[in-house]
Structure formats: C-alpha cells, structure tokens
Ligand binder design. Sequence first.
Ligand code: SAM
Length: 245
Amino acid sequence: IGKLYVVGTPIGNLNEMSPRAIDTLKEVDLIAAEDTRHTRKLLSYFSFSTALTSFHEHNQETKKVEIVEKILTGKSVAVVSDAGMPAISDPGEVLVEAALQAGITVIPVSGPNAALNALVASGIAAQPFTFIGFLPRQKKERKKELEKWASFPTTLVFYEAPHRVKQMLQDSLAILGNRKIAVARELTKKHEEWLRGTIEEVVVYVEQTDTLGEYCIVIEGAADEGFNQMDNWWEAMSIVQHVDH
Ligand code: SAM
C-alpha cells in the first residue's frame, strides 16, 4: 500500500519550492494536480516529469475514489494545487479524508502559504488567529459571514479576489468597525506590496488605486479592553510599503 503526500508549491517565487517537495514529486507514481498544465510547467522548470492526473473541485468526488484505489494497490500519490498548500482554499481536503478512511498514511510536505506569510509580517497578533479564506461572493451572504466573525477575539485572515477587494474592505469597515489591518499583495513576487493602517485608511487608499494581483487580508480581532488599542508606532507608519525583491 502506497502513501498520500500533500505537497506545498510556490505562491509566486519559484525559489520557494523546497528540495523535499521536488524529491517527493519526482519519486511518487502519480501527481494529482488542480491544473495539470500549470503543474507540468512547474515540473519542467525543475527539469523532471512525473505522471499527472487532474484533481479539482469539479471532479474530486469521483477522482478521490480512483486515487485511493491506486494507492491501495501500492502506488504513491502526491496532491498539489496551483499555488501554496493544498486544502487551504484549494482542493485536497476530500482526498485526505478519503485516504485516511481507507487506512492510508497521509504525509504533509511543507510549502509556502499566503495566509501564514501575510500573518507573520502583518504586525497584528499572530495568535490566536482564525483563517477564514474567501468570503461568499453574494453581498448578503458576505455580510452575514462577516457578522459571524465580528465579535471574535482572534486575528482574522482572509483571501480575496482583486476585483472584490474594495468591496470586501468596505464591508469589513461597516461590519467589523475600524480596526488595524494589513493587506498583503503579490507576496513573494516582483510587485509585493503591503498596506498597513486602520481599515478606514486602507479603504481610502484603495479607492484611489487599481487593485491588481493576489491579496491576503489580516484584520485584528474584536476589541477587547486594552488589547487592540492603536499603538503609536502603528499610527505613525506610512500606509503603503513596496517591497524590492
Ligand atoms: N492554497 C493557497 C495557499 O496555500 O495560500 C491558496 C489558494 S487560493 C485559491 C488563492 C488565494 O490565495 C488568492 O486569491 C489570494 O487571496 C491568496 N494568495 C495566493 N497567492 C498569493 C500571493 N502571492 N500574495 C497574496 N495572496 C495570495
């Protein structure tokens, strides 16, 4: 009986592909990839090729059964997504569950993750934190979801599509109130940029700019006496910081 490897891949900068991730993807019999063309490019950048099969949100229910059967016959399989860690706002979770149910050993192979990168350099409490990922697209559901987290005392971490960032920030201001926020754009990439300030300041800033690229948003937890007072250093900081890579 084979094993299932859950392998992290870069979120931008290809140098973040770990030697262990490369070895794992080289050695397995099959890679279950969110987009096989995307992963084929990654493999060819590192000069190797391994058999690929597609595994995404639209075929995962049937594919998980096939993949588990393969592993039970002795083949090892790695699951990857287009970027970062599988299962984190990406396919992977249902395969892990099916593998574990079948008695298969599941091994994570660490890699980059946008949420953790954003959290650790946000300047906002790194623990406790709650990873929320994408909010619902529909305005009403999005607001309802934000309301659910409004009184949560932990730091909140979100993903958002570029064309919805302005709306998401406006909704956050309306529902969560004015809090500390850090918006990380294009992490690890050439145009990496950070916005840090109050939600109000960041809303004003993004209203005057185009929102392009990939965004991860970190917002401090609900007011707790003495816990989330704006510190002087935070207030004095310039809102936007471009990172030279
Ligand atoms: N599995 C991935 C991970 O581990 O981070 C997340 C995949 S999810 C489909 C894609 C979202 O993650 C993007 O819309 C964005 O919110 C966030 N993201 C991915 N790469 C990013 C980057 N380089 N900078 C900022 N956010 C990023």
